[in-house]
Ligand binder design. Structure first.
Ligand code: SF4
Length: 389
């Protein structure tokens, strides 16, 4: 398979989005954030290109304004456009002030690379492609990889230390210059909104773990495709930035055209929600009544209450759990211990994380019987409870 880190990330975030994007190739409208981010990346590339001199800040801002994405391309309103335009100017000015281009030994910009991932189990090789925003030489055989981020959120140092994308960039650099030592590759994320650069240095093992992680995801995708399994939508806050929302099974009913929708589900839904609301109210009230009944029974010394509708009884229940170490010593001598060790999914799941990696993988790939079924959940819109319930 030929893929990229961001495609695999998309799969992890939402398999359905991956399917739309990578398998069905449904054209996607780029989000405002993505178009803005691409534009800023282009401007910062220009900043470090000597032609024959580095551009001044004013020249760079002229370039930024001259190449501003056309309104028709984005379709944004004037207020939003102005907010983004000003935000970009601020980012570039602050970045230029802190990073005068002549102070850096930039060796490549928007550098494309490919990493080969051998899949020994299936005798194939996968290609993981990527693009590094900037590579600087920072010492004798020492390099820094810089990835610009235009997002609002500033990551924590811990998440940068564990960032798989940065590990992949480390791999890309090692492929380009195999003599480089991993500890001589500084991997940085530059957060433009905050003007903060967070850096990390990975170990050889961490960098290798990237290929294992990618291989695991690739195998999962290929297995799904071969078994014709569903690529499940995973609704999240990120759906608001997903251009597939109107055709996504998790959302498309919200975008339905009432005239064209076949079958009349509305009365069924109406009744269903009414019953669910009633059920919720009843559950809450029943709990309150049980508490009051229990208090009355305690005070009066009754265990059963009678009226013309029926009887309410209460019974003290005891639950025990067994000490299986001791039980084992009792049952083993009489050959009965094995009888209570019957395998079940829960026991295996609990045991999995403690098993060696190769055994876990064998179980994942050989020992799974895929089962698919829908579980229906209901979310009721919040409403004020009436009366004194
Ligand atoms: S709208 Fe949400 S659930 Fe649907 S494909 Fe996009 S990210 Fe996935």
């Amino acid at each position: 398979m030929r893929t990229s880190y961001s495609s695999l990330q998309t799969y992890k975030q939402c398999p359905q989005k991956y399917k739309f994007q990578e398998i069905d190739r449904v054209p996607a409208k780029k989000s405002i954030e993505a178009i803005f981010g691409t534009h800023i990346h282009g401007v910062l590339k220009r900043m470090f290109e000597k032609d024959p001199l580095f551009p001044t800040l004013d020249e760079l801002l002229d370039y930024y304004r001259a190449n501003w994405p056309a309104k028709e391309k984005i379709g944004w309103d004037e207020t939003t456009e102005n907010i983004y335009r000003e935000e970009g100017v601020k980012m570039i000015k602050n970045f230029y002030a802190k990073n005068a281009p002549w102070n850096f030994n930039v060796v490549d910009l928007e550098s494309r690379f490919e990493v080969l991932i051998p899949d020994e189990k299936h005798g194939t090789t996968h290609v993981l492609a990527g693009k590094i925003d900037r590579i600087d030489k920072i010492g004798e055989n020492e390099f820094e990889v810089i990835d610009y981020k235009t997002a609002k959120r500033l990551s924590s140092q811990d998440s940068v230390n564990h960032d798989l994308q940065l590990s992949l960039y480390g791999l890309g650099l090692k492929k380009r210059w195999p003599h480089l030592k991993t500890e001589n590759i500084k991997l940085s994320l530059y957060f433009l909104k905050h003007q903060e650069k967070l850096s990390t240095i990975k170990t050889e093992k961490e960098i290798e773990a990237t290929t294992e992680d990618a291989l695991g995801t690739i195998e999962e995708i290929e297995k799904k495709l071969a078994a014709n399994e569903r690529f499940e939508p995973i609704p999240s806050a990120l759906c608001d930035w997903c251009s597939y929302k109107p055709i996504c099974p998790a959302w498309k009913h919200l975008y339905r055209n009432r005239q064209q929708t076949t079958g009349n589900i509305e009365p069924i839904l109406k009744e269903y929600f009414a019953l669910k609301k009633e059920e919720q109210k009843n559950e809450q009230r029943l709990k309150e009544l049980q508490k009051e009944i229990g208090t009355y029974m305690d005070a009066q010394g009754f265990d059963r209450l009678f009226n013309e509708e029926g009887v309410v009884s209460r019974k003290l229940q005891k639950r025990v759990s067994y000490d299986f170490e001791k039980i084992r010593h009792i049952l083993e001598p009489i050959g009965k211990w094995q009888d209570i060790l019957d395998a079940d999914d829960k026991k295996l799941k609990n045991m999995m994380s403690g098993l060696p990696q190769d055994i876990q993988e064998r179980i994942q790939f050989e020992g799974i019987i895929p089962k698919e079924f829908f579980v229906m959940t209901t979310t009721l819109k919040k409403q004020k409870m009436e009366g004194n319930l």
